[in-house]
Design a protein around this ligand. Structure first.
Ligand SMILES: [Zn+2]
Ligand SMILES: [Zn+2]
Length: 180
């Protein structure tokens, strides 16, 4: 998700550009977000470029009860101001270089020396934060039997569930405690 903002930086404060991100896949460790897409608006500020975007994505996940693959719909809003790492002469940026002043900490987002903004990282972080903690294949998923390990959606069994919570992760945590 690279955007060249040289033109915008040469423009006056308040100038805007609108873009549309075509569906892309964003990966993060074990997470996978497909068809990430949406409108992006960039506005020239007195210090850099303000990015406002709204993305929709499909999260590839597994059901927290029965472990079958599920797809979740995720929507995120992104708002981030980017500062030129190297404001070119004539850009009229009212901004002093962070290395010269120590004025900006290392958490600021930077426009690189080719005048490009890479949105991938902020979008990735927003998607990870928005993904459901315990996705379900369906609201009434019966989960996996803790006794015989049958998928109760496919093959109901007669075992009583000693657990109110059928989450396999919870189950694993209990097994782990037993071992210790
Ligand atoms: Zn399920
Ligand atoms: Zn069973």
């Amino acid at each position: 998700m690279l955007f060249n903002v040289a033109g915008l930086l040469r423009g006056s404060v308040g100038a805007t550009r609108n873009y549309e991100v075509e569906p892309v896949t964003v990966l993060d460790d074990g997470d996978r977000f497909e068809a990430v897409h949406g409108p992006v608006r960039m506005m020239r500020t007195d210090r850099g470029v303000l990015v406002e975007a709204r993305f929709e994505a499909t999260g590839a996940d597994i059901c927290s009860r029965c472990l079958t693959p599920v797809h979740t719909n995720i929507e995120v809003q992104v708002e981030e101001e980017y500062y030129p790492i190297n404001p070119f002469p004539g850009a009229g940026i009212d901004y002093e270089h962070p290395e010269a002043t120590g004025g900006l900490d290392d958490t600021v987002s930077l426009i690189d020396d080719r005048n490009e903004i890479d949105l991938t990282e902020v979008v990735r972080q927003a998607l990870v934060a928005a993904r459901p903690m315990a996705p379900l294949c369906r609201a009434e998923c019966r989960g996996i039997c803790p006794v015989c390990h049958a998928d109760r959606n496919v093959r109901p069994c007669d075992h009583d569930d000693p657990d109110v919570d059928r989450s396999p992760m919870r189950r694993l945590a209990q097994e782990w405690r037993k071992v210790k």
